[in-house]
Design a binder for this molecule. Structure first.
Ligand code: SF4
Length: 293
């Protein structure tokens, strides 16, 4: 059981009448030569870490190593609880949790780099919010995580998930595509719809540069995780409605890679362009770093 493209994955799902998560699960058991219990336990462990990182951000006073972020998830949570939030319960929770995981990451806490540390808030944000809002059992979320993994595997194999290589579109964009496919499956979407959701998510973020202030994964990374989570939910909803993607996932991945490689070096994680060189960002680097060190 193997596939290297979205087309092969979809053909496999159609031929064997299986979901993307089932196809990915079988691939993992065969490729890693581990039994299904081990593979499931590993994914359960990852999901538990995701949930714990969200709880830490809501219950502890975290501050990033660079001193530029910390406490944002608590603020968003308070806004939602006061019913003054704009986005509605699912999206508001998703963005709260996504920024929270970035606080844990920036303070050197334990997160799941899915697919990278810089984009580690998107998948937990979407899936934990969805679990709470729709009462999904853990087992269903674990299955959805295998669907997310399949998308991450396809992107890693055929392009990149590294900001240094493809810009933020490759990091947060990939996380968003992974979460979009997972969410689509959770809501009963077909394998084709899951892949379309992933394609929508990638293309929606196409061209996003990597420009971390001070070279730290804090600003604008944290807010981009919130954006990536909401993009995933929007993309899932588009696909679930039956809107087909004109550009299939394999082409979306290729396009993302090509755009990423054509970005100037200053916009690929070097902190030499974009937000990183805004005067106020440079000032914040000097003052916050000094205060925090
Ligand atoms: S801006 Fe760069 S470092 Fe920050 S999340 Fe995006 S890709 Fe990662």
């Amino acid at each position: 059981m193997n596939f290297t493209t979205g087309k092969q994955l979809l053909d496999l799902c159609t031929e064997k009448n299986m979901t993307i998560s089932q196809a990915m699960f079988l691939r993992e058991t065969e490729y890693l030569e581990q039994d299904s219990v081990e593979i499931t336990q590993k994914m359960e462990h990852a999901y538990n870490i995701m949930k714990q990182s969200i709880q830490r951000s809501l219950n502890e006073d975290l501050i990033g190593m660079g001193g530029m972020i910390g406490g944002e998830s608590k603020k968003l949570n308070a806004l939602r609880k006061s019913n003054k939030n704009i986005c509605g319960p699912l999206v508001s929770k998703a963005i709260t949790y996504a920024v929270g995981v970035l606080e844990v990451n920036a303070s050197m806490g334990l997160i799941v780099a899915a697919p990278t540390a810089g984009s580690s808030g998107v998948i937990p944000g979407v899936l934990c919010a969805a679990q709470e809002e729709y009462n999904f059992e853990d087992a269903l979320i674990i299955q959805a995580l295998f669907t997310a993994s399949a998308i991450g595997y396809l992107i890693t194999r055929n392009a990149t998930t590294a900001g240094a290589e493809g810009g933020c579109q490759a990091e947060v964009g990939s996380a968003s595509a992974m979460a979009a496919a997972a969410m689509t499956q959770l809501m009963g979407g077909t394998p084709a719809q899951c892949l379309d959701a992933a394609s929508f998510a990638l293309i929606n973020i196409l061209g996003l540069v990597c420009d971390p202030v001070g070279g730290l994964v804090e600003v604008p990374c944290q807010n981009r995780n919130a954006m990536g989570a909401s993009n995933a939910l929007i993309s899932a909803e588009l696909a679930l409605s039956g809107i087909p993607s004109v550009v299939p996932i394999d082409e979306a991945v290729e396009v993302m890679y090509r755009v990423g490689r054509s970005l100037p070096v200053s916009l690929r994680e070097t902190a030499q362009g974009g937000t990183a060189i805004a005067p106020s960002a440079c000032h914040a680097c000097k003052t916050k770093w000094k205060l925090h060190s």
